[in-house]
Design a protein around this ligand. Sequence first.
Ligand code: NAD
Ligand code: ZN
Length: 726
Amino acid sequence: MTDTPEKAAETDAEKAAEKAPEALAPAEAEAEIARLSEAVARADLAYHQQDAPEIADAEYDRLKRRLKAVEAAHPDLARADSPTARVGAAPAAGFAKIRHRVAMLSLENAFDDEDVAEFAARIRRFLSLGPEEPLTFLAEPKIDGLSLNLRYENRRLVEAATRGDGTEGEDVTANARTIADIPGALPAEAPEVIEIRGEVYMHHDDFAALNERQAAAGAKTFANPRNAAAGSMRQLDVEITKARPLRFFAYGWGEAPGLPAETQSGVMAAFVGWGLPVNPRAVHCESVEALLDAYRGIEADRASLGYDIDGVVYKVDRLDWQGRLGFRSTTPRWAIAHKFPAQTATTVLEGIDIQVGRTGALSPVARLRPVTVGGVVVSNATLHNEDYIAGRGASGEPIREGRDLRIGDTVTVYRAGDVIPKVLDVDLAKRPAGAEPYVFPETCPVCGSPAPRAPGEAVRRCTGGLICEAQVVERLKHFVSRNAMDIDGLGAKQVELLHELGWVTEPAEIFTLGPRYGPQGRNIERLSALPGWGAKSAENLLAAIEASRTPPLARFVFALGIRHVGETTAKLLARHYGDWESLAAAMQRAGEDEAARAELLGIDGVGEVLAQAVIDFFADGHNRGALKHLLAEVTPAPAEAVAADASPVAGKTVVFTGKLERMSRDEAKARAEALGAKVSGSVSAKTDILVAGPGAGSKLKKAEALGVETLTEEDWLALVGEGGTA
Ligand SMILES: NC(=O)c1ccc[n+]([C@@H]2O[C@H](COP(=O)([O-])OP(=O)(O)OC[C@H]3O[C@@H](n4cnc5c(N)ncnc54)[C@H](O)[C@@H]3O)[C@@H](O)[C@H]2O)c1
Ligand SMILES: [Zn+2]
């Protein structure tokens, strides 16, 4: 493949990404800032607004840290709309908005001990504290959920809002009222007006049970408890929130005149007295060492807490000092979040399973000797694809250049932000003697069909689409869909049911439903007795099935669900080959002989990847079997001959070569096809006309040798009635 301009730009960006921020030239820094801002903004939206993160938290933190560093080194280039100057994401559409009386901000991050020491030192400097003066912090687990502001007026809960972009949040008052941990009223000793802030989260076991219920109901499952909590809270339908097992911990406040104490810990104690849940793991710390001890203690218990935390938050305990320290644009100076590192563990790769997805993609999954990674027992992990196993890297993944994975290897497993675990690296020193490189299967483990890898793709795909058990439901749904066979009364739901019952396992069986399950069917069960059907709808369905026994060829080809063959391509194929027999025969030949392949490739709009997909489909014995059954039931109607007999070139095979002067090659092809000609890319004994422009070479020689009629562009235009001056 040649280097496109975008490609070159990409490599420049990669180089820039490796340089120290100060070493970047202004243009590089600007591009780097643009690239990182876009990546962070995109991740923010996915995470905060859609509750569906696309990258791991550790990766997000890395991008953001780099962006901050580049901005710090080139302050004049920092953008006003930089995601480092923002909190979260704007409220989602559909929710009423609530303007926060006191902004809901984020927290500065610390990633190592040094960051923590620097945090404490900065505070001492800011407050001009002598080295002997005590500085007390409260260290609390950082709950991995979503933040919520609860407003109580006259001790009644009157408003609940998400953080949103920090200034405006979503009104989730009704949702908050369904959470048992959140009191609807505060006791008499609470002040008249107070906003309580805290985190909504979900317990691990509740999360697992919720996902099970979701899966059983065919609904979407959540990647981790945080997404489940955020997705459950941010529901327009309160009944859904009510059915979800949400919890709450209070850790702070918004507008709060007349606080009940003068320290963070004092206020928390008062909250407990008012019936608010406060995390019991908070620790008083008098020094940096004490903070780090608290951090390690909480980290050690992380696995047994029963809910996710992603770090420890340190807060200056004295509220007067918090007041003096105040805020930067998006974070307080008196607190910091000490994040836990990405979670890794070492274990043995015991095997590699190949799973087949609904679109036929073969995905390798590592079978691991079970190991605890950040408190969760992991026994399998994704391996992405063939190249990843071979150590050739995959886009966006750390590359183990040249170090392949073999069964028996000792590997590092990685979890970040609770996304699916990954196998990161391999310890070659521990490789067992005789371990063999892994050979990726070339056939589908489900149906045995060939699973080739298309040029330029990393993934192998099963070609047995029509019969492969892993793909069959999706294929059937596609087959009956509106732009395909368009059978009235047979939608995705009905297909799923019929497949589940085992009544339809391949397309042909749709057409034998009547004799099998119709009013006079040979089975005792009846379509009309299915839940929600009745005699009338069964009758209508059978009539619609009868009516679709002669689909237009293009629709039929599209309905087969051949990879890369969309409606447009199906039309091209139908028009070029005319009828099913010619098309099918040509496709089978194309797998074996060059001329037939060249003809296929000669069709305008058919490229290598597409041609190979079609050839693979027709070459697969399973598909041929399913097609045979199907063609016993349906007869595709030949494509309408375009401008057929009227055209002198209808049905003729034409090849263009050399330079055309009156129109582009593509346009010439399109016009010829519109006149009913078949356009091919190579000359053979079947060629009727060769149109040769200046510079024609080997094709012209071959045509002359074969005695094929040869025309100039002018002759051709005259023949098809487009001669004369343009
Ligand atoms: N994976 C992604 O694509 C992606 C995208 C955006 C954000 N994120 C994650 O979110 C983080 C940034 O989000 P953020 O701005 O919400 O910051 P943050 O989550 O790092 O810190 C602020 C939040 O911590 C919460 N919190 C939990 N326990 C707390 C406690 N005891 N005291 C005070 N606050 C507590 C509060 O809700 C507060 O809003 C990132 O570091 C990353 O981990 C991930
Ligand atoms: Zn298969």
